[in-house]
Design a protein around this ligand. Sequence first.
Ligand SMILES: Nc1ncnc2c1ncn2[C@@H]1O[C@H](COP(=O)(O)OP(=O)(O)OP(=O)(O)O)[C@@H](O)[C@H]1O
Ligand SMILES: [Mg+2]
Length: 300
Amino acid sequence: MDRSWHDSLFFITKAVGIFSFKFKITFIIKGLTMISLTSVEKSFPDNQVLRDISFDIQRGERVSLTGPGGCGKTLILKILLGLVKADRGDVYLYDQDMTTASASEKEAVMKKTGMAFQQGGLFDFMSVRENIEFAMKHMTDYSPEYMLKRCQQLLEGVRLAKTENMYPHELSGGMKRRVGIARALCTDPVIALFDEPTSGLDPVTSTIILNMIQDLAGKEGHDKTLLIATSNVEIAVRFAERVIVLNEGTVVADGLWRDLLLNGPEWVRHFLGVRFIGLDLEYARELKLPEEFIRQHWNF
Ligand SMILES: Nc1ncnc2c1ncn2[C@@H]1O[C@H](COP(=O)(O)OP(=O)(O)OP(=O)(O)O)[C@@H](O)[C@H]1O
Ligand SMILES: [Mg+2]
């Protein structure tokens, strides 16, 4: 074969190869990666809050984002939803670039995403039912009959069936949080984000809320992507196997919590472990703490 023809053929084959490889990678990334942050930075005057934040969350994954108060968890959720703009870095929700998204693109993303805010975020002037239906009216094309049915079903799920016509000021903190979670899930979102779903609540209500998120999400298909932000390590590990640990605005660990508890960097081992030391042994076993950790800290 003529040399130049041979070179051209080689080039074409290579180009097709690279193209299909790139196409495949893009396809895979678009199909599976639901949340993606790469080298995200965010500062406020005199306060650099987020430094080089990178992580990906795949479709169907359940992840806890944890770290001490003020480390940047809520800010990350706001950046993900396009409510706050990152100074630098890439932010994708589904395959939407949230750093450049227009208002209508953000709205399209919001329609597929459930969000329960740290403070409940209910409209004070609307009843519980109106709050939940408001989300469905704006984010779905459900019929009025289905909206009512779904609202009642979710309120039963969060054990608040009788509060349908009550207003937020008539509810306790825990009840408001439960309504907020029902509202986040009522639109059957593909991705659901929960900010401190249990903070300030008693252990029994916290357990109810946690089970509720898992049950509601579990019942409605296992390809839901769920992310909770919490400074409560016990809640973080009860919610998900994978935890992303932040400290002072950087990701200091990302992995399976049992591995990090035993083999993570010292600060991470301490941050995760300190919560468990002194727990009732039976409860430690219920949490499935690693046997090695139990042997080390329960002195046998
Ligand atoms: N709009 C803002 N303007 C100035 N500083 C901000 C703003 N939003 C967040 N911050 C700062 O960013 C830091 C991280 O805040 P963020 O709310 O993300 O923390 P967090 O990890 O969610 O804390 P907590 O566990 O208490 O909820 C804090 O120092 C906070 O003061
Ligand atoms: Mg927060």
